[in-house]
Design a protein around this ligand. Structure first.
Ligand SMILES: *[C@@H]1O[C@H](CO)[C@@H](O)[C@H](O)[C@H]1NC(C)=O
Ligand SMILES: *[C@@H]1O[C@H](CO)[C@@H](O)[C@H](O)[C@H]1NC(C)=O
Ligand SMILES: *[C@@H]1O[C@H](CO)[C@@H](O)[C@H](O)[C@H]1NC(C)=O
Ligand SMILES: *[C@@H]1O[C@H](CO)[C@@H](O)[C@H](O)[C@H]1NC(C)=O
Ligand SMILES: *[C@@H]1O[C@H](CO)[C@@H](O)[C@H](O)[C@H]1NC(C)=O
Ligand SMILES: *[C@@H]1O[C@H](CO)[C@@H](O)[C@H](O)[C@H]1NC(C)=O
Ligand SMILES: *[C@@H]1O[C@H](CO)[C@@H](O)[C@H](O)[C@H]1NC(C)=O
Length: 627
C-alpha cells in the first residue's frame, strides 16, 4: 500500500516537474514542525537578484538576495527562513499557515524576470479516534437513528472517518445509513473531524459490534487508525416470560438451596413478580428468588410481567417438587431387652415423598434387606447396635437412619482357656475361666466338690474372668476342676481336667506358658455340649491308643538298649524333672498340644509323630493316666 502511495506521489511530483511549463507548480510535502527546503528551479547568474515571495491574497515578499546582500521583509515566516547559496529557501519549524504557494523570482541585469513556483503541503497525524456509542437502549427501528459518534482531533489535512458494523463498512446513504461529518478548524489551523452515525437498528444488532476508523495522508503515504469496538443496547419488547428452577441437584430435597428465576425474552427486562400459585402476595419483586426449601415449598409457582407495548399480561408457571424423608420409626423402642435364646422382630418405617429403600445394618454390614429385622438371639454377641437405614431411591443423598439397641439378658455362657491341663506334683498352676452374661455372672470354682475362691476381674460390661492359682499335689491328679458362672437366670458350668504330666524335661513355667498360647476360647462353649463330645472323642481315641501302646512297647525294646547306653554315658538325666538338658523346647511343646483331646483329627495324625520321639516310656505313662 505504502509503495503504491509512494509511486503515485512520485508520479505526482514527476507530473509537477513536467508541468512546470504548464504552470502546474511542483509540491513539497513536510510534517508540521519539520524543516523544508524549497528549490528555485530558475537558472541564475552570480550577479542576479533573487526574490522569494508567497501567495496570500496577492504576493508577499519574504526576502531579496543579490550581490548587495540579503534583505528580509516583515512576513509570517520572517524568523524561520533563510536562503541558501543556490537560492533554495529553507523554512524551519513549518506551521499550518505555511501551506502556500512559494515563488522564486529572478531578475537579471537586463531586467528580465523568471519565476519558479512550489506549493508547500503540511501534514499532521490526527489524534486517535474517540468512539462514543449511544448508551441508552435503542428500540428496533427501520428509521435512521443516531447510534454513535466518532471524533479525531488535531489532524491536517482533513482526515476521513469511516464506520464499520461487524467489520463491514457502513456507507453513507446506503441501507438507510447516514454519516454526517462536522469539520472544525482549530485556532492552530489543525482540523478536528467528528462523524455522527445514524442507522436503522435491527434485532441482530444486539450482538453487533461497531467501530470507526480515521484515515489520513502523510508525506510518506496513507495511514489509518481504528477505534475500539463497541456495542449498542437494543430494546425490543418482551413477548413472553420464562420461569425455571435452578439447583445444584436434579432432584431437589429438603434443605437444598433453590433459585427460582423468571425472565422476559425482551430487552430491557420487564417488571416481574413471582408468586406461589395459590397466593396473591408476591415472593419477590425481583426476577429471582433463592432460599433453602422444605416440603412445604412444593407446588406451583407463577411469574407475571407486563408487556409495556401491548399492556398484555405475560405469565409463566412451573412446579417445584421438594423430596423429603422423615427419620424412620421403629415398631419397638430402643433399647429393646430380649432374653438370650429368644427372637426379636422389629419393623422400620419411614415417611417419604417417593419410594424408599429400607435395610438394616450392623457395624456397617447389611444384616437384613427390607424393613423387617428378624433376629434369633442365641448368643451374647448378637446384642448391640442395629441401624435401620432408609433412603429415597430416586434422590441421591436423601437418607435417614435410626438406631436400635438390643440388650440381651439371660444365663451365663462360660468358657475355659483349656479343658485339659497337665500338672506335676509341686507345680504352681493358674486356671482361667471366663463368663459372659447379663446380668454379669459371678464365677465360682469347685475342686473335689468344694467351692474355692478365684481371682475375679471384669472384662467388659457383661463379661467377667476368673483365675484360680494353686500348688498341685498328687491328690489333684485326675481331678476335674469346675468353673461355675451364675446369674439370676441360671448357672453354667465348664470343667478343666487335670492330668499328671508325663515325666519330661518341661519346666513348670513353660507349662503355664503353653496354656496361655492355646487357641482362643470357643464362644459357644457350654457344659451341656462339651462333656459328651469329650467322651466320644476319648472313646474314639482308644483304638489309636492301643495301637500306639503296642508300637511303643516294640520301640521300647529297640530303644531300650540305646537309652541304657546313653544313660551310662550320662547323657540322659533319668527321672529328673524340672530341667531340660536333652530335648529341644519346641518338641516338648508339640507333645503337650498333640495330646489334647480337643482335636481328634490332629491327634490321629500326630500320634505317630510323637512316637518318633525318644520317649516311649512317657507315652505309656500318659496313656495309663487317661484310663
Ligand atoms: C457490550 O459491551 C459491554 C461493555 O463492553 C459488554 O459488557 C457487553 O457484554 C457487550 N454486549 C454484547 C451483547 O456483546
Ligand atoms: C454481527 O455479528 C454477530 C456475531 O458475530 C451477529 O450475531 C450479528 O447478527 C451480526 N450483526 C448483523 C447486523 O449482521
Ligand atoms: C477522504 O475521502 C475522500 C472521498 O472519498 C477521498 O477523496 C480522500 O482521498 C479521502 N482522504 C483520505 C485522507 O483518505
Ligand atoms: C408423611 O408426611 C406428610 C408430609 O409431612 C404428612 O402429611 C403425612 O401425614 C406423613 N405420614 C405419616 C404416616 O407420617
Ligand atoms: C420375620 O418373622 C415374622 C414372624 O415372626 C415373619 O412373618 C416374617 O416373614 C419374617 N420376616 C423375614 C424377613 O424373615
Ligand atoms: C478329693 O476327695 C477324695 C475323697 O474324699 C480324696 O481322697 C482326695 O484326696 C480329694 N482330693 C483333693 C485334691 O482334695
Ligand atoms: C438352667 O439350665 C439347665 C441346663 O441348661 C436347665 O436344665 C435348667 O432348667 C435351667 N434352670 C432354669 C431355672 O432355667
Amino acid at each position: 500500500m505504502d509503495i503504491l502511495i509512494l509511486l503515485s506521489l512520485c508520479l505526482l511530483s514527476c507530473r509537477g516537474t513536467q508541468g512546470q511549463h504548464d504552470h502546474v507548480p511542483k509540491e513539497e510535502h513536510v510534517m508540521l514542525g519539520h524543516k523544508v527546503i524549497l528549490p528555485c528551479d530558475v537558472h541564475s547568474h552570480d550577479d542576479s537578484t533573487v526574490q522569494w515571495l508567497y501567495e496570500k491574497n496577492g504576493n508577499h515578499l519574504i526576502l531579496t538576495t543579490g550581490p548587495k546582500g540579503t534583505s528580509m521583509e516583515d512576513s509570517d515566516v520572517k524568523d524561520r527562513v533563510k536562503v541558501k547559496k543556490n537560492m533554495q529557501l529553507v523554512i524551519e519549524n513549518v506551521q499550518i499557515p505555511d501551506e502556500r504557494l512559494f515563488i522564486c523570482r529572478i531578475q537579471d541585469q537586463n531586467g528580465l524576470t523568471k519565476e519558479s513556483k512550489v506549493q508547500l503541503r503540511v501534514y499532521k497525524t490526527p489524534d486517535d479516534p474517540e468512539i462514543t456509542m449511544e448508551e441508552n437502549g435503542i428500540p428496533i427501528t427501520d428509521e435512521s437513528v443516531q447510534i454513535g459518534s466518532c471524533q479525531s482531533k488535531n489532524g491536517f489535512p482533513t482526515p476521513n472517518i469511516t464506520w464499520y458494523r461487524n467489520d463491514t463498512q457502513m456507507i453513507n446513504e446506503k441501507n438507510g445509513v447516514v454519516v454526517s461529518t462536522q469539520i472544525t478548524v482549530e485556532s492552530s489551523g489543525l482540523i478536528a473531524v467528528k462523524s455522527v452515525l445514524s442507522s436503522p437498528v435491527y434485532m441482530s444488532d444486539v450482538y453487533s459490534t461497531f467501530y470507526c476508523e480515521v484515515s489520513y495522508h502523510l508525506p510518506k503515504g496513507a495511514y489509518m487508525k481504528e477505534s475500539g469496538k463497541r456495542n449498542i443496547t437494543v430494546d425490543y419488547p418482551n413477548t413472553e416470560v420464562q420461569i425455571y428452577v435452578k439447583s445444584q441437584h436434579d432432584m431437589i430435597k429438603e434443605g437444598d438451596e433453590v433459585e427460582l428465576i423468571c425472565k422476559g425474552n425482551g430487552n430491557p427486562q420487564p417488571q416481574i413478580t413471582l408468586h406461589r400459585k395459590d397466593e396473591e402476595e408476591a415472593l419477590t419483586e425481583d426476577f429471582s428468588h433463592s432460599w433453602k426449601v422444605t416440603r412445604r415449598d412444593s407446588g406451583g409457582y407463577i411469574c407475571k410481567a407486563l408487556n409495556l407495548d401491548t399492556f398484555n399480561e405475560l405469565e409463566a408457571e412451573t412446579e417445584l417438587h421438594v423430596h423429603f424423608l422423615d427419620p424412620p420409626v421403629l415398631s419397638q423402642e430402643s433399647p429393646v431387652h430380649v432374653e438370650l435364646g429368644g427372637v426379636l422382630s422389629v419393623l422400620c418405617q419411614a415417611n417419604a415423598s417417593a419410594q424408599t429403600d429400607i435395610h438394616w445394618t450392623r457395624d456397617g454390614t447389611t444384616v437384613a434387606k427390607g424393613s423387617e429385622l428378624n433376629l434369633s438371639l442365641q448368643d451374647y454377641t448378637d446384642a448391640g447396635r442395629y441401624v435401620c437405614v432408609a433412603s429415597v431411591t430416586s434422590v441421591p443423598g436423601l437418607t435417614q437412619t435410626k438406631e436400635l439397641q438390643v440388650i440381651l439378658k439371660g444365663k451365663p455362657q462360660v468358657t475355659v482357656s483349656s479343658q485339659l491341663v497337665e500338672v506335676q506334683d509341686g507345680e504352681k498352676i493358674t486356671l482361667k475361666c471366663m463368663a459372659l452374661g447379663n446380668p454379669t455372672p459371678t464365677i465360682t470354682w469347685y475342686i473335689n466338690g468344694s467351692a474355692v475362691d478365684g481371682q475375679n476381674s471384669p472384662i467388659s460390661d457383661y463379661e467377667v474372668s476368673s483365675e484360680l492359682t494353686f500348688i498341685v499335689t498328687e491328690d489333684f491328679f485326675n481331678e476335674r476342676v469346675m468353673c461355675v458362672a451364675q446369674n439370676e437366670y441360671n448357672s453354667s458350668t465348664e470343667y478343666i481336667q487335670l492330668q499328671e504330666k508325663p515325666v519330661t524335661t518341661v519346666t513348670p513355667d513353660e507349662d503355664i506358658g503353653a496354656q496361655t498360647t492355646e487357641e482362643p476360647l470357643p464362644k459357644t462353649g457350654s457344659d451341656s455340649t462339651k462333656d459328651p463330645s469329650i467322651e466320644s472323642r476319648s472313646q474314639k481315641s482308644y483304638g489309636v491308643v492301643i495301637v500306639a501302646v503296642i508300637v511303643c512297647i516294640l520301640l521300647l525294646a529297640i530303644l531300650g538298649a540305646v537309652l541304657y547306653f546313653l544313660y551310662k554315658k550320662g547323657r540322659i538325666p533319668c527321672g529328673r524333672s524340672g530341667t531340660k538338658d536333652i530335648t529341644k523346647p519346641g518338641e516338648k511343646d508339640h507333645i503337650v498340644v498333640e495330646m489334647k483331646p480337643d482335636s481328634p483329627a490332629e491327634e490321629s495324625v500326630l500320634l505317630p509323630g510323637a512316637q518318633d520321639k525318644k520317649q516311649p516310656v512317657e507315652q505309656e505313662k500318659y496313656m495309663d493316666l487317661r484310663n
